[in-house]
Design a protein around this ligand. Structure first.
Ligand code: R5P
Length: 309
């Protein structure tokens, strides 16, 4: 197989796309992505993709629906131009928290998104720390669900005081927190979280010994900051000492999240660049690039026989 490759960036995260392209020493394919006055997306890929493998680099973070539609339209454009294979490089995949029915007459939106992505011709997905590993099963296509734990743990290692306890903010994150604890050779504690609403959570129990110890709260994503802010308050009530540091793969950091984290006394935050991180408001944020990790996954997905054009 002599596979020519096209890297195409949506508008979600041009800096990450450029970093991946630099890692692979490949150019980004020229394309125009615009909005009509009514909000519809208009796309034109300016170079042929016929017979090629196309990697569409587009994390579907906020505005999630716009970025998702852009990804789908890009895939459709490439399929109609007879691309041989379309790979979605979506380090953050929106809607993955909707991975089960929340009640009667509710959708499983993560499953729907997977079906739609495949319907437009996406045949392979490269992503990072999916909210739940079983989401991979919503796809018939192969999914490379990479983990940022190793790169984040390396960045955290020199920043952590002695005796730091790794904290899982809820039951769903225990596996990830255990991976951090093992890499950092640190003890683990788990919070019992109940979600009151989309913006409010409540920690009812701290399982593990945090008294007199600094803490590292880890999560897959920070959206409103509610989970980590509430977690930090519960840790303080349980006697944890400063600093309380937080790490997450995906820094959605919706408006107000930083303020919430700073008010909760979270001193530092370490996230990846799976999504654009804007602004300079406290807490201090270290951003670790996952471009090398994603580039390596693309390389492996394309196989040794792939030849850059
Ligand atoms: C929940 O299950 C997730 O793993 C995150 O803890 C949550 O989505 C973070 O959202 P927020 O920052 O709004 O609490």
């Amino acid at each position: 197989m002599n596979t020519a490759i096209r890297l195409i960036a949506g508008t979600a995260h041009p800096a990450l796309a450029a970093a991946i392209a630099a890692e692979l020493a490949l150019p980004l394919t020229r394309c125009t992505i615009e909005r009509f006055p009514d909000g519809e997306v208009a796309i034109q890929v300016h170079e042929s993709v016929r017979g090629m493998t196309v990697c569409l680099i587009q994390p579907t973070g906020p505005p999630v629906n716009d970025h998702l539609i852009e990804l789908l339209a890009l895939a459709d454009a490439c399929r109609r131009d007879a691309a041989t294979r379309i790979v979605a490089v979506t380090p953050y995949l929106g809607y993955t928290r909707a991975d089960k029915r929340a009640g009667r007459r509710t959708p499983i939106t993560a499953s729907m998104v997977a079906q739609v992505m495949q319907a437009v011709g996406i045949e392979h997905v490269i992503t990072l720390d999916l909210h739940a590993e079983q989401i991979e099963g919503f796809f018939q296509a192969p999914v490379d669900n990479l983990s940022a734990v190793a790169v984040l743990a390396e960045a955290l290692r020199p920043q952590l005081p002695r005796e730091t306890v790794v904290i899982s903010p809820d039951a769903g994150r225990v596996r990830m927190a255990t991976a951090y604890a093992q890499r950092l050779r640190a003890p683990l504690a788990v919070l019992h979280k109940q979600r009151v609403s989309g913006t409010e959570t409540h920690v009812t129990h701290v399982v593990g010994d945090v008294a007199g110890r600094p803490c590292l709260l880890v999560d897959d994503m920070i959206a409103t900051g509610g989970t980590l802010a509430d977690g930090a308050a519960a840790l303080r009530r349980a006697g944890a000492r400063e600093p309380i540091i937080a790490a997450a793969t995906h820094g959605l950091l919706l408006p107000g999240a930083r303020e919430r984290l700073a008010e909760a006394g979270i001193e530092r935050l370490v996230v990846t660049d799976s999504l654009p991180i804007n602004g300079t408001a406290p807490p201090a944020i270290s951003v670790v690039s996952v471009a090398p990790l994603l580039a390596e996954a693309i390389r492996r997905c394309l196989g040794a026989s792939a030849t850059p054009t």
